[in-house]
Write a new protein. Structure first.
Lengths: 343, 451
């Protein structure tokens, strides 16, 4: 059970964050198909940052001395770097779709093609192979929080909750959850959020009330890019051992599915992300999950193919799209370039 | 002579060509610049290698390797050009797929999924039909048609949900892409018969289509050389050492057929009318729902045909565990179509251009310290630019208008900016004219039907 919850969270948290990234862009009126590309780019930047910092004397010494505070700080800094570069990368999309009134789907597709190409080109030059890994050690030894990290001894039993949420976890997961909550509140409970959402619903009306639609759309897409970039790095850190391969296995598109399944509402998105995360986790390790600890591998006995679990999120999303398109909470003006002159 | 050029310049098609050429030039510049930056900043690369890299990016198709002294040599390289034509085959077809959908106002980002379904069905048919008793050409034809049909059915799904439930086809396509990727992996994973076990050095591949299923000692086994492969049609003699086959000719024929379908038939006209304005088309009596489904099905069939031609060549292998990645050929149909401004004939040329970039990338990997991903950067730049190619075209048109205004009334015209220039009678944007014209004539057609 502990394993199941931990693994599900590892998959669900980046999904949740990137789905919220999609919401920010769409609420401001821009369809961000580039989530996948921005994630790939963010993962690359984060890993590169870690790699470069690792070879500085400060962090080498910190690793020697088991200075966990410094290493967790490095993790947070890498997340920040990924977020900043993700935001900058997403400017390409906002520039094309806000200033040049380009087709947003094509712009997003261009970014999705650009990110893996650029990242793989650079990885090949830097590492002479198709994977960029940490300079030394692995994600578990550098960044994972364990019992010993928190000052307990190896044999202490922390209880169910302690074992699940304090042992063998990543700080990044919790930071993402906090960010998710804070940003959801900003989007739905503050003046800034209301203004941004109005630009996605009826930009002309928003403009007539003195809101700068262009600025708001830039803000929405930039926040979206930052979150997607960070989500990409968190994904690479927690599920790919802090390595960048120019690929996030369709996670960005899965996040789009989560967003649609969650009907653009934060709580539903969190639920959808957990569900899809569970599917991912089951697909990855269905034969070795012992749900209630009685030695029976229930899922393996059911005998469903892992491919089915991998496919389910997309099928469910398609069905949800099909049956709820009438009550969809998608922004009214998304995908339509704002033109002051048009009526 | 000057008049000839100004007439040519005023044509919409010319402007499209110029806009595409500008996109290509900027794309190549970005690629070269990236190489230059990497070459100048990286410790183990020098500026002279960057210069070599840039030359290969620009003229790699004519590269013949390095001579004994290590300098790059240039000339006619039949192998490169033949491979370019071979790789262009699926690109032309996926490009057509995206272009046809675009004409109906749909963005077919589902080409990768349709391509995968086409691949799977083609391979299954080619490898299950006993080629011992049935002539190879018939097996080939069955597999080709099967691939097309599979693509068409897969493409029809987003079309159906778009037409009847009004769901954004882009999202539906993305979902069907990943469903296809998982479905194909699942299928080949569970039915182990098609996995190549003859060549032990490779794992994870499906048999090539010229492996025939024969009975050896009471068990089905696959033996190479049953002849299920696209005929070479003499092209291998022109381009010795390359993979080229008759598939490229088939692709060109299909492109011409699609051109005729889209611009010379009622069906094509109705499809385009739906694309220009779905509601106006319905008002004029065009069955918009049927046309949307049909358009996506045709698009899917074209992607499926691309996959069939690629894998029926007889010497291409399919890596079946594809659930984590979608085929790049499907996505590259998008730049092919965008660069061709959705013109089926132009797709032939842009498809060949894209595959040329592909070959250039391989040359870059083989001959220099840089790698093939630079060409994907160039392609992505071109797609990015085509997102606002309308703006480029507007700039081109604006310049012309400004000139015309300046010559017409010399003094007062100086003040008018490009944006505020009065609209000349013939200067209405072509998109609008298409929109206006479509319902009118369609209405006339409908009137004809009623009588």
């Amino acid at each position: 059970m502990t394993f199941l919850i931990q693994q599900t969270l590892l998959y669900a948290v980046p999904l949740m964050l990137v789905a919220l990234a999609g919401v920010f862009a769409e609420r401001s009126g821009i369809i961000n198909l580039a989530l996948e590309g921005i994630m790939i780019f963010g993962a690359f930047i984060g890993v590169l940052f870690v790699r470069m910092m690792q070879s500085t004397e400060f962090f080498l010494a910190a690793n020697e001395a088991k200075n966990y505070l410094a290493m967790q700080g490095l993790e947070l800094l890498a997340m920040l770097a990924a977020a900043v570069m993700g935001a900058i990368f997403s400017l390409l999309l906002s520039f094309a779709s806000v200033n040049l009134r380009a087709d947003q789907t094509i712009g997003g597709t261009a970014l999705n093609l650009m990110a893996p190409a650029l990242v793989l080109f650079l990885i090949r030059i830097i590492a002479n192979q198709n994977t960029l890994q940490m300079a030394q050690g692995d994600a578990a030894s550098w960044f994972m929080i364990k019992k010993t990290t928190l000052g307990f001894s190896r044999t202490d039993d922390l209880g169910f909750l302690g074992n699940t949420f304090l042992h063998q976890v990543y700080l990044a997961t919790y930071v993402c959850i906090i960010l998710f909550v804070v940003l959801s509140i900003i989007l739905y409970k503050t003046r800034f959020g209301l203004r941004m959402r109005s630009c996605g619903e009826n930009p002309q009306a928003a403009d007539s009330l003195g809101i700068n639609v262009y600025k708001m759309r830039y803000a929405g897409t930039t926040i979206s890019g930052a979150l997607a970039g960070m989500g990409g790095f968190v994904y690479a850190l927690t599920t790919a051992n802090c390595a960048s391969t120019g690929d996030v296995a369709g996670f960005g598109f899965l996040a789009l599915a989560v967003m649609i399944f969650g009907n653009w509402k934060p709580l539903n998105i969190a639920g959808a992300a957990l569900l899809f995360g569970l599917f991912k986790c089951v697909a990855a390790s269905y034969s070795s999950i012992d749900i209630n600890g009685d030695g029976v591998y229930l899922l393996a006995q059911i005998g469903l193919s892992p491919h089915l679990y991998r496919m389910l999120p997309y099928i469910i999303t398609l069905l949800v799209l099909a049956f709820t398109s009438k009550s969809s909470r998608a922004s009214k003006a998304e995908g339509i370039p704002y033109d002051k002159g048009s009526r | 002579m000057k008049d000839f050029f100004s007439v040519l310049y005023r044509k919409e098609g010319t402007r499209s060509v110029i806009a595409s050429l500008i996109s290509i030039v900027i794309g190549l510049l970005v690629g070269s610049l990236l190489i230059l930056i990497v070459g100048a900043t990286s410790k183990n690369l020098s500026l002279s290698t960057a210069w070599e890299g840039i030359r290969i990016v620009l003229m790699g198709i004519f590269s013949t390797g390095r001579d004994a002294a290590g300098a790059l040599t240039w000339g006619f390289n039949p192998q490169s050009i033949g491979n370019m034509l071979f790789r262009a085959t699926p690109l032309i077809l996926t490009g057509l797929s995206v272009a046809v959908a675009f004409k109906t106002g749909l963005f077919n980002i589902g080409a990768p999924g349709q391509y995968l379904m086409g691949t799977a069905v083609t391979l299954v048919i080619a490898l299950s039909v006993p080629s011992g008793s049935i002539p190879a050409i018939i097996v080939w034809l069955l597999a080709f048609l099967g691939g097309m049909l599979a693509g068409a059915l897969w493409g029809a799904i987003p079309g159906l949900v778009k037409a009847f439930l009004n769901i954004n086809e882009v999202l539906a396509c993305i979902m069907t892409n990943w469903i296809a990727a998982n479905l194909v992996t699942w299928f080949f994973d569970s039915t182990k018969v098609f996995q190549n076990t003859v060549e032990n050095t490779k794992s994870g591949y499906i048999y090539m289509t010229d492996y025939g299923r024969t009975m050896v000692d009471g068990a089905w086994t696959y033996v190479r050389g049953n002849g299920v492969s696209t005929p070479k049609m003499g092209l291998d003699r022109i381009f010795p050492g390359s993979q080229v086959n008759g598939g490229i000719l088939i692709a060109i024929v299909i492109a011409v057929v699609i051109y005729i379908l889209m611009s010379k038939t009622t069906l094509g006209y109705q499809l385009k009318a739906c694309g220009s304005n779905r509601h106006a088309a319905r008002y004029a009596g065009v069955n918009d729902r049927r046309n949307i489904v049909l358009s996506m099905a045709i698009a899917g069939a074209l992607s499926g045909a691309g996959a069939a031609l690629y894998y029926l060549s007889g010497n291409t292998e399919f890596f079946w565990s594809t659930y984590q990645s979608l085929p790049a050929t499907g996505f590259n149909g998008i730049p092919v179509a965008l660069l061709a401004v959705n013109n089926p004939i132009a797709v032939i040329f842009t498809g060949i251009f894209m595959s040329m970039l592909n070959i250039v990338g391989l040359q870059l990997t083989n001959l220099t310290a840089y790698n093939e991903y630079i060409t994907d950067v160039i392609i992505a730049t071109i797609v990015y630019l085509s997102a606002f190619s309308l703006v480029i075209k507007m700039l081109l048109r604006g310049r012309k208008k400004h000139k015309a205004a300046a010559t017409a009334h010399t003094a007062p015209a100086q003040g008018t900016g490009t944006e505020n220039a009065p609209q000349p009678a013939d200067g209405t944007p072509p998109e609008d004219t298409a929109k206006d014209k479509a319902p009118d004539t369609a209405q006339a057609e409908e009137g004809g039907e009623r009588v």
